[in-house]
Ligand binder design. Sequence first.
Ligand code: MV4
Length: 509
Amino acid sequence: MFDKVLIANRGEIAIRIIRACQELGVRTVAVYSEADVRSPHVREADEAVLIGPAPSSESYLRGEKIIEAARRTGAKAIHPGYGFLAEREWFARAVRDAGLIWIGPPPEAIAAMGSKTAARALAVEHNVPVVPGTTESLQSAKEAEKVAATFGYPVLLKAAAGGGGKGMRVVSAPKDLAAALEAARREAKGAFGDDAVYLEKFVERPRHVEIQVLADSHGSVLSLGERECSVQRRHQKMIEEAPSVAVGPDLRARMGEAAVRMARAAGYVNAGTCEFLLAATGDFYFLEMNTRIQVEHPVTELVTGIDLVQWQLRIAAGEKLPFRQQDITPRGWAIECRITSEDPANNFLPSTGRVEHLHLPSGPGVRWDGGIEAGSEVSLYYDPMLAKLIVWGPDREQAVARMRRALVDLIVQGVETSREFHIRVMDDPDFRSGDIDIQWLERHLAEISRRAPSPESARIASIAAALLAERDRTARSVPGDVSATGPSASASGSMDGWKQAARVEGLRS
Ligand code: MV4
């Protein structure tokens, strides 16, 4: 195992990787921007190197500064986490060229999956089902009309260099195709510097189901089962779970085999994920492969008992996977809620400020993968995801009940969060029955936000009001008590937090 690893990331995933390193006896080097001087990932690492100003273009995206930090501290390997430089082929190569170990897939595998048309072609070649459509990019509107006619409308135009939904256009009728193609080209050129566009049949109301794979450098490639990620808004996942209500043992085996074939075809090593659309008919189609550890990896960890981040390190260090495919069966149910600093009452507007008070949920089957603490400043420089709340239960019903309980347990004061939104989803009949697809949330968002607040919110508001009344009464009857009225930061600070809770919750009820 490595003596020392540099973590080229921030927030919850940096802390997650530090924890894995600590459990493996590996020393850690954090990198940080000027905005993260006081961030927990900096303190929790053994060493930390300042790499630049707050904007990520001047810090977390500066590969050369990060490699220099590894050289200076004597780190032997770099873990990129997700986002930032995780899927940049040039960075994976630069790390290797600097004589360091890249804790991720080979740069060739990143490149092979970076082009969506190339990935589709590779899938077709290896008998992995894809949505009917073109494997080459379109040459003309005329060609587009011809292919679209062969499998019927609606069709979907996609950027070849794309992914994550950017540059997509749904076309419902032939007359709209030419204009949509031009628009898609312009958007693709702007977003990716490449105007290549291809076309697929549009799958209506599918689920987003993805398969986690783990591959070592000795030829072993395993599927760790599926994650259901359909609860998303504007291509941002909000809730993920494992397994999926729509996947039984037979489908799991078939999707797993497809994902393993895909990983083998790409020469994949380390942790990766194949994204599929799962149609209501039970047909599944390969979409793309994510060549990184993903935000939602914990739900797979909780149902398989396999520590994915530890295995990323072990695989990069040359270890062999000690389990076989038949050893891996999901046990129980795991759900993850992404706790973001967005205000669900205000169209998910990003919220900024200082986290004044933080109470973390705990109890049986509850896991908190967080990147904040009381005192943290939440800015607009980085992703609004503050933490992930993950629960495990013996079955889905108990996992949902446990998630609800844990969300009620959570208190974040100082910034708005998605907490109340997540409670409402846990209470939603469609969600409870698992009757969801990729458009479900956007279809129901308006209705969910009109709903009455959870009873617990009202209860917290009344407790807060009682505490405030109590404080005022104490302040009047004990004039000499400075903790109630004076400069004592802790007492007055926490009361301000409660006061704010009362005001916010009061306004909502
Ligand atoms: C699709 C689709 C329907 N039909 N392809 C969106 C992101 C990118 N990974 C592919 N995406 C989609 N491709 C066909 N042929 C619907 C989506 C899609 C989607 C997919 C997964 C998760 C959320 C989504 C939200 C909107 C659209």
